[in-house]
Design a protein around this ligand. Structure first.
Ligand SMILES: Cc1cc2nc3c(=O)[nH]c(=O)nc-3n(C[C@H](O)[C@H](O)[C@H](O)COP(=O)(O)OP(=O)(O)OC[C@H]3O[C@@H](n4cnc5c(N)ncnc54)[C@H](O)[C@@H]3O)c2cc1C
Length: 266
């Protein structure tokens, strides 16, 4: 099938052009593979070079990441140092120089490590029409292509509140068997507002409410960690794929969650 590629000067113009037969092209690390395999799922790809898409802004305790910001750019910015360990574990250097924040939100299982981290940071998607959508809501409905994401905003963590763990068979740049992110405000004392998210344990990345409840109001010590690991896979039915079976993911998730919670905060 012939696929046309159209450029739009602004986000607004691109958003107006989207429809069932038009797919967003960002860094193209997944879209172009689909095109090469005849699986683009659309007759037209649409992209924009609007500079707003690559902006990184810090405002009132929050950080706003343009959807076109690449993993390489995240790794290079001092104010994003808490996200750099996540970005650096996505593919190799060539992938990271193209792979975008926006594309990661729509990257199918088992991809989505960065989306998992943003989900645990209570990220909010800024849509092209100005609407704000919590990432949990956007990710749950992403198969329906809910429109163009302009940026993602997230609260800036205090030192030591955020941690991320990626489990892969091939190091350093293998695809995730699972990824886990936790935002533990008050981890030095009592945790309030715990957020824990998993990637590759469900399609799409998900918040893990039973684990969050087990940690809420507790000190990050042996008793709370034991309660959290006991709830590690409650309500989840992890998928089988070429990397791991759902059984393997279910059996090993508590071990990795415990390691995530016990590790020194970074
Ligand atoms: C060799 C290799 C290794 C990889 N390793 C990893 C890994 O370790 N971890 C990981 O998470 N991913 C990995 N990926 C997947 C991918 O590179 C990343 O998920 C990347 O962030 C996708 O971004 P992109 O800009 O390339 O998206 P694209 O390929 O351009 O687009 C991906 C999807 O998102 C949609 N989209 C893109 N931007 C927007 C937007 N702003 N609004 C609405 N829809 C949008 C597209 O229409 C498409 O459906 C890997 C890919 C390859 C090829």
């Amino acid at each position: 099938m012939t696929v046309s590629v159209d450029h739009f000067a602004t986000v607004a113009e691109l958003a107006r052009a989207l429809g069932p037969d038009t797919r967003v092209l960002a860094g193209g690390t997944l879209v172009m593979r689909d095109v090469n395999y005849g699986q683009a799922g659309a007759a037209r790809l649409a992209y924009t070079t609007d500079p707003a898409l690559t902006e990184i802004r810090a405002e009132a305790g929050r950080i706003v990441l343009g959807a076109g910001v690449t993993m390489a750019a995240v790794s290079a910015r001092p104010e994003l140092s808490f996200l750099a360990p996540v970005a650096r574990q996505i593919g190799g250097p060539a992938v990271r120089s193209m792979a975008t924040v926006g594309g990661n939100l729509f990257a199918p299982h088992p991809y989505g490590d960065f989306a998992t981290a943003l989900l645990a940071r209570d990220g909010v998607a800024e849509m092209a029409d100005g609407a704000a959508r919590p990432l949990a809501d956007l990710l749950a409905r992403r198969a329906a292509r809910p429109g163009f994401v302009r940026a993602v905003s997230l609260a800036r963590p205090q030192t030591g509140e955020f941690r991320f763990r990626k489990v892969s068979r091939v190091k350093p740049k293998g695809v995730s068997v699972m990824s886990m992110a936790a935002w533990l405000p008050g981890a030095a004392g009592r945790i309030t507002g715990a957020r824990v998210a998993y990637g590759a344990m469900a399609e799409p990345p998900v918040r893990v409410a039973p684990v969050e409840r087990a940690l809420e109001g507790a000190a990050l010590a042996a008793a709370a960690i034991a309660r959290a690991t006991a709830a590690a896979t409650e309500g989840l039915n992890p998928p089988d794929d070429a990397l791991a079976s759902g059984w393997y993911r279910r059996e090993t998730a508590p071990v990795h969650l415990r390691r995530l919670l016990e590790e020194r905060a970074g």
